[in-house]
Design a protein around this ligand. Structure first.
Ligand code: PRT
Ligand code: ZN
Length: 286
């Protein structure tokens, strides 16, 4: 059999480019296809369907697509029968409540009996139910931030990332309800063959994501400091230590997250480490 895994990605929007970039980094060739609604990879058994992100949960639930990439916020809002397989590390944002900046926000009770404009009525409704708030939800599909200034609502509930849209519309963020990022979802009933293709794809995605988070570190150290240095450098199994041509010195190689590197750089220098190199990793399989 020659089944292909059908993958739904956003046609044009904030997640489109990054979704296709993951496949490229996984070595999966996707023809350049800005005008097309579907395309097939030439070297991996997948077919890409380009859709509006709002429609992806429904299509995956109904097996029109087998898997999809979209913001987790849309998965929560649409509440379809799909499984979130993994987070993908891009498209980070939060779902927040915001009020006009001059309002004296006193806490959740402030929201009682207010009119709130949003494109995410289900998530907002759930939040209000949990917090025993009675609000009027005004559902609109876009430009939510202007709702208070044109008198449509008192407050808004929307996606925020840098916060600059709120600022330019005279609003302030008062409650963060959820944090979201792009996720990979799958249909609850994939054939064995399609699950097998998905497993191969996930193995590659894992290697790509690990490589993004980790760096290869190389440094030279006096022999007397080697054991202290390796105690602060984790490495995949344990760091590699090689003698340098210069007597009394070693070269230490390891793998480290960028964040951890900045945490320990001063310690490394204090222990006498020199010639420290940090090198990107192309793929990482553990
Ligand atoms: O056409 P289609 O329906 O496919 O696209 P869309 O217009 O519904 O979605 P799109 O492309 O705007 O966003 C797709 C997904 O990107 C969202 O579902 C989120 O998961 C994620 N994402 C990440 C964001 C943002 N950041 C974001 N900043 N989605 C929207 N915004 C908007 C937000 O609505 C607000 O208007 O950007 C504005 C706020 O940005 P800041 O930086 O000013 O705070
Ligand atoms: Zn959308």
């Amino acid at each position: 059999m020659n089944e292909k895994l059908k993958i739904a990605v956003q046609k044009s929007g904030r997640l489109s480019e990054k979704s296709l970039e993951i496949f490229r980094e996984c070595g999966i060739k996707i023809p350049n296809s800005s005008q097309k609604l579907r395309t097939v990879s030439s070297n991996f058994p997948v077919e890409i369907l380009f859709l509006r992100d709002d429609d992806i949960p429904q299509y995956v639930e109904q097996n029109v697509a087998d898997i999809g990439i979209l913001g987790e916020n849309e998965v929560w809002e649409k509440n379809r029968n799909v499984h979130v397989v993994r987070k993908l590390g891009f498209g980070d944002c939060r779902l927040s409540l915001a009020v006009p900046k001059d309002e004296n926000y006193t806490g959740l009770n402030y929201l009682n009996h207010k009119k709130i404009a949003t494109s995410y009525p289900r998530i907002l409704n759930e939040f209000c139910r949990k917090n025993q708030l009675e609000v009027e939800i005004e559902e609109i599909s876009g430009s939510v931030e202007i709702a208070p200034s044109i008198g449509l609502a008192n407050c808004i509930f929307d996606i925020v990332s840098s916060g600059s849209t709120l600022l330019t519309n005279g609003l302030k963020e008062v409650e963060t309800v959820a944090q979201s990022e792009a996720v990979l979802i799958k249909s609850p009933d994939l054939s064995e063959e399609k699950q097998e293709i998905l497993n191969r794809l996930l193995f590659r995605i894992q290697a790509v994501m690990r490589s993004r988070e980790n760096k290869y570190i190389l440094l030279n150290a006096p022999n007397h400091a080697v054991s202290q240095i390796i105690s602060i450098l984790p490495g995949m199994k344990s760091p590699t230590v090689l003698p340098l041509a210069q007597e009394g010195w070693s070269s230490i190689h390891s793998v480290i997250t960028e964040e951890r590197f900045w945490e320990i750089i001063d310690e490394l220098k204090a222990l006498g480490a020199q010639g420290i190199l940090i090198i990107p990793i192309e793929k990482m399989i553990v």
